[in-house]
Design a protein around this ligand. Structure first.
Ligand SMILES: [Zn+2]
Length: 410
Protein backbone atom coordinates (compact mmCIF):
# COMPACT_ATOMS: atom_id res chain seq x y z
CA UNK A 1 0.00 0.00 0.00
CA UNK A 2 1.30 3.44 -0.84
CA UNK A 3 1.92 5.93 1.96
CA UNK A 4 0.93 3.37 4.58
CA UNK A 5 3.10 1.50 7.07
CA UNK A 6 2.21 -1.50 9.16
CA UNK A 7 3.29 -0.88 12.74
CA UNK A 8 2.08 -4.13 14.23
CA UNK A 9 -1.14 -5.98 14.80
CA UNK A 10 -3.77 -6.25 17.49
CA UNK A 11 -5.92 -9.39 17.92
CA UNK A 12 -4.54 -10.53 14.54
CA UNK A 13 -5.78 -7.29 12.89
CA UNK A 14 -2.92 -5.55 11.03
CA UNK A 15 -2.43 -1.99 12.21
CA UNK A 16 -1.39 0.66 9.68
CA UNK A 17 -0.35 4.28 9.88
CA UNK A 18 -1.02 6.57 6.94
CA UNK A 19 1.63 9.15 6.04
CA UNK A 20 -0.88 11.96 6.78
CA UNK A 21 -0.87 10.77 10.39
CA UNK A 22 2.66 12.11 10.98
CA UNK A 23 1.58 15.59 9.93
CA UNK A 24 -1.23 15.54 12.48
CA UNK A 25 1.00 14.02 15.14
CA UNK A 26 3.36 16.97 14.71
CA UNK A 27 0.55 19.52 14.67
CA UNK A 28 -1.19 18.08 17.74
CA UNK A 29 2.13 17.90 19.62
CA UNK A 30 2.79 21.55 18.79
CA UNK A 31 -0.66 22.75 19.84
CA UNK A 32 -0.58 20.71 23.06
CA UNK A 33 2.87 21.85 24.11
CA UNK A 34 1.91 25.48 23.51
CA UNK A 35 -1.19 25.08 25.59
CA UNK A 36 0.79 23.42 28.38
CA UNK A 37 3.28 26.30 28.35
CA UNK A 38 0.51 28.91 28.34
CA UNK A 39 -1.23 27.25 31.28
CA UNK A 40 2.12 27.51 33.07
CA UNK A 41 2.06 23.81 33.94
CA UNK A 42 5.80 23.22 33.50
CA UNK A 43 7.39 26.44 34.75
CA UNK A 44 10.51 27.01 32.67
CA UNK A 45 10.98 23.35 31.76
CA UNK A 46 10.10 23.99 28.09
CA UNK A 47 11.26 20.52 27.01
CA UNK A 48 8.80 18.92 29.41
CA UNK A 49 5.99 20.75 27.59
CA UNK A 50 7.13 19.13 24.34
CA UNK A 51 7.34 15.66 25.87
CA UNK A 52 3.88 16.05 27.42
CA UNK A 53 2.56 17.44 24.13
CA UNK A 54 3.87 14.41 22.24
CA UNK A 55 2.51 12.03 24.86
CA UNK A 56 -0.91 13.67 24.60
CA UNK A 57 -0.83 13.37 20.82
CA UNK A 58 0.02 9.67 21.13
CA UNK A 59 -2.71 9.19 23.74
CA UNK A 60 -5.15 10.84 21.33
CA UNK A 61 -4.25 8.24 18.72
CA UNK A 62 -4.50 5.41 21.26
CA UNK A 63 -8.00 6.72 22.02
CA UNK A 64 -8.83 6.61 18.31
CA UNK A 65 -7.37 3.12 18.10
CA UNK A 66 -9.49 1.89 21.02
CA UNK A 67 -12.54 3.42 19.35
CA UNK A 68 -11.79 1.48 16.15
CA UNK A 69 -11.15 -1.66 18.18
CA UNK A 70 -14.67 -1.21 19.58
CA UNK A 71 -16.14 -1.44 16.07
CA UNK A 72 -13.78 -4.28 15.19
CA UNK A 73 -14.53 -6.47 18.21
CA UNK A 74 -18.28 -6.31 17.65
CA UNK A 75 -17.76 -7.16 13.96
CA UNK A 76 -15.50 -10.09 14.90
CA UNK A 77 -18.13 -11.28 17.38
CA UNK A 78 -20.60 -11.40 14.46
CA UNK A 79 -18.15 -13.56 12.53
CA UNK A 80 -17.11 -10.72 10.22
CA UNK A 81 -13.40 -10.34 9.40
CA UNK A 82 -11.57 -7.07 10.07
CA UNK A 83 -8.87 -6.67 7.43
CA UNK A 84 -6.98 -3.77 9.00
CA UNK A 85 -7.13 -0.68 11.17
CA UNK A 86 -5.54 2.45 9.70
CA UNK A 87 -4.81 5.68 11.53
CA UNK A 88 -4.81 8.76 9.32
CA UNK A 89 -5.28 12.52 9.37
CA UNK A 90 -8.93 12.59 10.44
CA UNK A 91 -8.79 9.66 12.86
CA UNK A 92 -9.00 5.95 12.22
CA UNK A 93 -10.65 3.49 9.88
CA UNK A 94 -11.36 -0.15 10.60
CA UNK A 95 -11.59 -2.00 7.28
CA UNK A 96 -14.42 -4.36 8.16
CA UNK A 97 -14.72 -6.97 5.43
CA UNK A 98 -18.46 -6.87 4.96
CA UNK A 99 -21.55 -5.43 6.47
CA UNK A 100 -23.60 -7.14 9.16
CA UNK A 101 -26.36 -9.30 7.75
CA UNK A 102 -29.15 -7.49 9.55
CA UNK A 103 -29.81 -3.92 10.77
CA UNK A 104 -29.47 -4.86 14.44
CA UNK A 105 -25.99 -6.24 13.82
CA UNK A 106 -25.02 -3.15 11.80
CA UNK A 107 -26.35 -0.93 14.59
CA UNK A 108 -24.10 -2.57 17.18
CA UNK A 109 -20.97 -2.43 15.01
CA UNK A 110 -21.63 1.29 14.40
CA UNK A 111 -22.39 2.30 17.96
CA UNK A 112 -19.58 0.25 19.55
CA UNK A 113 -16.89 2.83 18.68
CA UNK A 114 -18.63 5.85 20.21
CA UNK A 115 -19.59 3.71 23.23
CA UNK A 116 -15.90 2.89 23.81
CA UNK A 117 -14.98 6.58 23.58
CA UNK A 118 -17.78 7.71 25.89
CA UNK A 119 -17.03 4.84 28.28
CA UNK A 120 -13.35 5.82 28.44
CA UNK A 121 -14.36 9.42 29.03
CA UNK A 122 -16.65 8.49 31.92
CA UNK A 123 -13.92 6.27 33.38
CA UNK A 124 -11.29 9.02 33.20
CA UNK A 125 -13.59 11.73 34.59
CA UNK A 126 -14.45 9.39 37.47
CA UNK A 127 -10.73 8.83 38.07
CA UNK A 128 -10.16 12.61 38.10
CA UNK A 129 -12.87 12.98 40.67
CA UNK A 130 -10.81 10.86 43.09
CA UNK A 131 -7.57 12.75 42.41
CA UNK A 132 -6.50 15.98 44.12
CA UNK A 133 -6.82 19.16 42.05
CA UNK A 134 -3.65 19.85 40.04
CA UNK A 135 -3.02 23.26 41.71
CA UNK A 136 -2.01 21.37 44.89
CA UNK A 137 0.44 19.07 43.15
CA UNK A 138 4.06 19.31 42.03
CA UNK A 139 4.92 19.88 38.35
CA UNK A 140 5.01 16.25 37.13
CA UNK A 141 1.91 15.16 39.06
CA UNK A 142 0.02 18.29 38.07
CA UNK A 143 0.95 17.65 34.46
CA UNK A 144 -0.27 14.04 34.73
CA UNK A 145 -3.64 15.17 36.07
CA UNK A 146 -3.87 17.72 33.24
CA UNK A 147 -3.19 14.98 30.71
CA UNK A 148 -5.89 12.74 32.16
CA UNK A 149 -8.31 15.70 31.98
CA UNK A 150 -7.37 16.32 28.38
CA UNK A 151 -7.74 12.69 27.30
CA UNK A 152 -11.09 12.44 29.13
CA UNK A 153 -12.27 15.50 27.17
CA UNK A 154 -10.90 14.15 23.88
CA UNK A 155 -12.75 10.87 24.32
CA UNK A 156 -15.95 12.75 25.14
CA UNK A 157 -15.57 14.77 21.92
CA UNK A 158 -14.67 11.63 19.93
CA UNK A 159 -17.80 9.90 21.19
CA UNK A 160 -20.16 12.82 20.58
CA UNK A 161 -18.66 13.98 17.26
CA UNK A 162 -18.87 10.48 15.80
CA UNK A 163 -22.53 10.22 16.76
CA UNK A 164 -23.46 13.07 14.37
CA UNK A 165 -26.07 11.27 12.25
CA UNK A 166 -24.60 11.43 8.74
CA UNK A 167 -22.36 9.09 6.75
CA UNK A 168 -19.40 8.52 6.89
CA UNK A 169 -19.64 9.14 10.65
CA UNK A 170 -20.70 6.36 13.02
CA UNK A 171 -23.91 8.25 13.73
CA UNK A 172 -24.64 7.95 10.01
CA UNK A 173 -24.14 4.18 10.22
CA UNK A 174 -26.50 4.14 13.21
CA UNK A 175 -29.07 6.18 11.26
CA UNK A 176 -28.66 3.83 8.31
CA UNK A 177 -29.27 0.78 10.53
CA UNK A 178 -32.39 2.37 12.04
CA UNK A 179 -33.89 3.31 8.64
CA UNK A 180 -32.90 -0.14 7.35
CA UNK A 181 -34.79 -1.73 10.23
CA UNK A 182 -37.83 0.55 9.82
CA UNK A 183 -38.09 0.42 6.02
CA UNK A 184 -36.82 -3.12 5.64
CA UNK A 185 -34.34 -2.06 2.95
CA UNK A 186 -30.62 -1.50 3.40
CA UNK A 187 -30.28 0.71 0.31
CA UNK A 188 -32.96 3.11 1.59
CA UNK A 189 -31.01 3.29 4.86
CA UNK A 190 -27.77 4.19 3.09
CA UNK A 191 -29.52 6.78 0.90
CA UNK A 192 -30.98 8.55 3.94
CA UNK A 193 -27.75 8.48 5.92
CA UNK A 194 -25.68 9.60 2.93
CA UNK A 195 -28.04 12.49 2.20
CA UNK A 196 -27.82 13.49 5.85
CA UNK A 197 -24.01 13.26 5.63
CA UNK A 198 -24.00 15.57 2.59
CA UNK A 199 -26.10 18.11 4.46
CA UNK A 200 -23.90 17.92 7.56
CA UNK A 201 -20.79 18.27 5.40
CA UNK A 202 -22.15 21.44 3.80
CA UNK A 203 -23.15 22.78 7.23
CA UNK A 204 -19.59 22.14 8.44
CA UNK A 205 -18.10 23.93 5.44
CA UNK A 206 -20.46 26.91 5.92
CA UNK A 207 -19.83 27.07 9.66
CA UNK A 208 -16.06 26.99 9.12
CA UNK A 209 -16.19 29.73 6.47
CA UNK A 210 -18.49 31.79 8.69
CA UNK A 211 -16.03 31.49 11.59
CA UNK A 212 -13.13 32.53 9.37
CA UNK A 213 -15.04 35.59 8.16
CA UNK A 214 -16.31 36.43 11.63
CA UNK A 215 -13.08 36.06 13.59
CA UNK A 216 -10.58 36.66 10.80
CA UNK A 217 -8.58 33.71 12.13
CA UNK A 218 -7.89 30.58 10.15
CA UNK A 219 -8.90 28.14 12.90
CA UNK A 220 -12.25 27.67 11.12
CA UNK A 221 -10.33 26.15 8.24
CA UNK A 222 -10.15 22.85 10.10
CA UNK A 223 -13.95 22.70 10.27
CA UNK A 224 -14.09 23.46 6.53
CA UNK A 225 -11.70 20.56 5.90
CA UNK A 226 -13.70 18.14 8.02
CA UNK A 227 -16.95 19.32 6.41
CA UNK A 228 -15.44 18.78 2.98
CA UNK A 229 -14.18 15.33 4.01
CA UNK A 230 -17.63 14.33 5.35
CA UNK A 231 -19.45 15.66 2.26
CA UNK A 232 -17.11 13.90 -0.13
CA UNK A 233 -17.37 10.58 1.70
CA UNK A 234 -21.15 10.84 1.92
CA UNK A 235 -21.18 11.34 -1.83
CA UNK A 236 -19.00 8.24 -2.26
CA UNK A 237 -21.43 6.21 -0.15
CA UNK A 238 -24.24 7.39 -2.39
CA UNK A 239 -22.29 6.41 -5.51
CA UNK A 240 -21.30 3.01 -4.18
CA UNK A 241 -24.86 2.25 -3.08
CA UNK A 242 -26.19 3.20 -6.48
CA UNK A 243 -23.51 1.02 -8.02
CA UNK A 244 -24.41 -1.92 -5.74
CA UNK A 245 -28.08 -1.52 -6.59
CA UNK A 246 -27.30 -1.47 -10.29
CA UNK A 247 -25.18 -4.62 -9.95
CA UNK A 248 -28.19 -6.42 -8.50
CA UNK A 249 -30.59 -5.00 -11.10
CA UNK A 250 -28.63 -5.52 -14.34
CA UNK A 251 -28.83 -9.05 -15.75
CA UNK A 252 -26.96 -10.97 -18.42
CA UNK A 253 -29.43 -10.02 -21.16
CA UNK A 254 -28.60 -6.30 -20.60
CA UNK A 255 -24.86 -6.92 -20.75
CA UNK A 256 -24.23 -9.61 -23.36
CA UNK A 257 -23.05 -8.99 -26.90
CA UNK A 258 -23.10 -11.15 -29.99
CA UNK A 259 -19.39 -10.66 -30.60
CA UNK A 260 -18.91 -14.29 -31.53
CA UNK A 261 -19.02 -16.24 -34.75
CA UNK A 262 -20.97 -19.39 -35.54
CA UNK A 263 -19.06 -21.79 -37.79
CA UNK A 264 -20.27 -24.86 -39.67
CA UNK A 265 -19.34 -27.80 -37.43
CA UNK A 266 -18.68 -29.99 -40.47
CA UNK A 267 -15.69 -27.90 -41.56
CA UNK A 268 -12.32 -29.56 -41.15
CA UNK A 269 -9.76 -27.93 -38.89
CA UNK A 270 -7.68 -26.98 -41.94
CA UNK A 271 -10.63 -25.25 -43.60
CA UNK A 272 -11.42 -23.42 -40.36
CA UNK A 273 -7.83 -22.30 -39.92
CA UNK A 274 -7.58 -21.06 -43.52
CA UNK A 275 -10.96 -19.37 -43.73
CA UNK A 276 -11.06 -17.80 -40.29
CA UNK A 277 -7.90 -17.89 -38.21
CA UNK A 278 -5.54 -16.81 -40.99
CA UNK A 279 -7.80 -14.22 -42.58
CA UNK A 280 -9.23 -12.58 -39.48
CA UNK A 281 -7.05 -10.19 -37.59
CA UNK A 282 -9.39 -10.12 -34.65
CA UNK A 283 -7.33 -12.09 -32.13
CA UNK A 284 -9.98 -12.15 -29.42
CA UNK A 285 -12.82 -13.59 -31.51
CA UNK A 286 -14.92 -16.34 -29.97
CA UNK A 287 -16.12 -19.22 -32.20
CA UNK A 288 -18.97 -21.66 -31.73
CA UNK A 289 -19.64 -24.56 -34.06
CA UNK A 290 -23.16 -25.41 -35.22
CA UNK A 291 -24.77 -27.79 -37.69
CA UNK A 292 -28.33 -28.72 -38.66
CA UNK A 293 -29.53 -25.64 -36.80
CA UNK A 294 -28.03 -26.73 -33.49
CA UNK A 295 -25.09 -25.49 -31.50
CA UNK A 296 -22.48 -28.22 -31.17
CA UNK A 297 -20.11 -26.43 -28.84
CA UNK A 298 -17.31 -23.96 -28.30
CA UNK A 299 -14.09 -24.03 -30.33
CA UNK A 300 -11.07 -23.40 -28.13
CA UNK A 301 -8.29 -22.13 -30.40
CA UNK A 302 -5.56 -23.31 -28.01
CA UNK A 303 -6.77 -26.90 -28.52
CA UNK A 304 -5.49 -26.79 -32.13
CA UNK A 305 -1.89 -26.72 -30.91
CA UNK A 306 -2.25 -30.16 -29.38
CA UNK A 307 -3.72 -31.75 -32.51
CA UNK A 308 -1.29 -33.36 -34.95
CA UNK A 309 -1.04 -31.36 -38.16
CA UNK A 310 -1.65 -34.58 -40.17
CA UNK A 311 -5.11 -34.88 -38.63
CA UNK A 312 -6.19 -31.34 -39.51
CA UNK A 313 -7.57 -32.40 -42.88
CA UNK A 314 -9.69 -35.23 -41.54
CA UNK A 315 -10.90 -33.96 -38.17
CA UNK A 316 -13.92 -31.66 -38.16
CA UNK A 317 -14.73 -28.91 -35.73
CA UNK A 318 -17.43 -31.14 -34.30
CA UNK A 319 -14.68 -33.55 -33.20
CA UNK A 320 -12.92 -30.94 -31.11
CA UNK A 321 -15.73 -28.75 -29.72
CA UNK A 322 -16.47 -28.36 -26.04
CA UNK A 323 -20.22 -29.04 -25.75
CA UNK A 324 -22.22 -26.12 -24.33
CA UNK A 325 -23.18 -28.04 -21.19
CA UNK A 326 -19.51 -28.44 -20.28
CA UNK A 327 -18.38 -24.79 -20.64
CA UNK A 328 -18.82 -22.06 -18.01
CA UNK A 329 -22.16 -20.38 -18.66
CA UNK A 330 -24.91 -18.24 -17.17
CA UNK A 331 -28.54 -17.72 -18.13
CA UNK A 332 -30.06 -14.54 -19.53
CA UNK A 333 -31.53 -13.73 -16.10
CA UNK A 334 -28.30 -14.13 -14.10
CA UNK A 335 -27.48 -10.91 -12.20
CA UNK A 336 -24.29 -9.11 -13.09
CA UNK A 337 -23.06 -9.69 -9.50
CA UNK A 338 -23.00 -13.43 -10.15
CA UNK A 339 -21.46 -12.93 -13.59
CA UNK A 340 -18.59 -10.87 -12.13
CA UNK A 341 -17.98 -13.53 -9.47
CA UNK A 342 -18.07 -16.37 -12.00
CA UNK A 343 -15.69 -14.61 -14.40
CA UNK A 344 -13.18 -14.21 -11.56
CA UNK A 345 -13.67 -17.82 -10.43
CA UNK A 346 -13.08 -19.31 -13.91
CA UNK A 347 -10.40 -16.72 -14.67
CA UNK A 348 -11.39 -16.54 -18.34
CA UNK A 349 -11.75 -13.59 -20.68
CA UNK A 350 -15.47 -14.16 -21.23
CA UNK A 351 -18.44 -16.26 -20.18
CA UNK A 352 -21.21 -17.69 -22.39
CA UNK A 353 -24.89 -16.84 -21.95
CA UNK A 354 -27.23 -19.70 -22.80
CA UNK A 355 -30.86 -19.22 -23.79
CA UNK A 356 -33.59 -21.34 -22.17
CA UNK A 357 -33.51 -23.53 -25.32
CA UNK A 358 -29.82 -24.24 -24.75
CA UNK A 359 -28.57 -22.05 -27.62
CA UNK A 360 -25.85 -19.40 -27.33
CA UNK A 361 -27.65 -16.13 -26.56
CA UNK A 362 -24.49 -14.08 -26.20
CA UNK A 363 -21.14 -13.73 -24.55
CA UNK A 364 -20.02 -11.36 -21.81
CA UNK A 365 -16.52 -10.08 -21.10
CA UNK A 366 -15.29 -7.56 -18.51
CA UNK A 367 -15.53 -4.70 -21.00
CA UNK A 368 -19.22 -5.48 -21.63
CA UNK A 369 -19.86 -5.45 -17.88
CA UNK A 370 -18.11 -2.11 -17.35
CA UNK A 371 -19.97 -0.64 -20.33
CA UNK A 372 -23.39 -1.73 -19.04
CA UNK A 373 -22.65 -0.44 -15.53
CA UNK A 374 -21.31 2.85 -16.89
CA UNK A 375 -24.45 3.34 -18.98
CA UNK A 376 -26.76 2.51 -16.08
CA UNK A 377 -24.96 4.80 -13.63
CA UNK A 378 -24.14 7.50 -16.19
CA UNK A 379 -20.41 7.14 -15.57
CA UNK A 380 -18.36 8.77 -18.33
CA UNK A 381 -16.15 5.85 -19.41
CA UNK A 382 -14.81 6.39 -22.94
CA UNK A 383 -15.16 3.79 -25.67
CA UNK A 384 -11.36 3.46 -25.94
CA UNK A 385 -11.22 2.44 -22.28
CA UNK A 386 -13.95 -0.18 -22.82
CA UNK A 387 -11.91 -1.51 -25.76
CA UNK A 388 -8.79 -1.71 -23.56
CA UNK A 389 -10.71 -3.62 -20.86
CA UNK A 390 -12.08 -6.03 -23.47
CA UNK A 391 -8.61 -6.72 -24.84
CA UNK A 392 -6.69 -6.91 -21.57
CA UNK A 393 -9.46 -8.53 -19.57
CA UNK A 394 -8.80 -6.44 -16.45
CA UNK A 395 -11.05 -3.98 -14.67
CA UNK A 396 -9.85 -0.39 -14.35
CA UNK A 397 -8.34 0.57 -10.99
CA UNK A 398 -11.20 2.99 -10.25
CA UNK A 399 -13.84 0.32 -10.80
CA UNK A 400 -12.62 -2.83 -9.08
CA UNK A 401 -15.88 -4.69 -9.52
CA UNK A 402 -14.81 -7.99 -7.86
CA UNK A 403 -14.03 -6.04 -4.66
CA UNK A 404 -17.33 -4.10 -4.87
CA UNK A 405 -19.24 -7.33 -5.44
CA UNK A 406 -17.76 -8.78 -2.24
CA UNK A 407 -19.49 -5.98 -0.28
CA UNK A 408 -22.90 -7.09 -1.54
CA UNK A 409 -24.87 -9.81 0.18
CA UNK A 410 -26.50 -12.07 -2.34
ZN1 LIG B 1 -16.19 5.05 14.77
Amino acid sequence: MDGKWQIGSLLAIPLYIDSSWFFILGLVTLVNSQEITQLNLVGNLWWLAWIAGLMLALLLFISVLLHELGHSLVALAQGINVNSITLFMFGGVAAIEKESENPIGAFWVAIAGPLVSLGLSVLLFTLLYTLPSRENLDTVRGLSVYMIEDIARINLVLGIFNLIPGLPLDGGQVLKAIVWKLKGDRFTGVRWAAASGQLIGWLGISLGLFLILLTGSLSGLWIVFIGWFVRRNAENYQRITQLQESLLTITAIDVMTREFRVINAHLTITQFAQDYLLTELHDVMVYFAASEGRYRGLIVIEDLQSIERSQWDTMTLWDIVHPLNTIPSVTEKTSVVTIIEKLEAINERYITVLSPAGAVAGIIDRGDIVKAIATYNQLPIPETEIKRIKEEGTYPSYLQLPAIVKTIDT
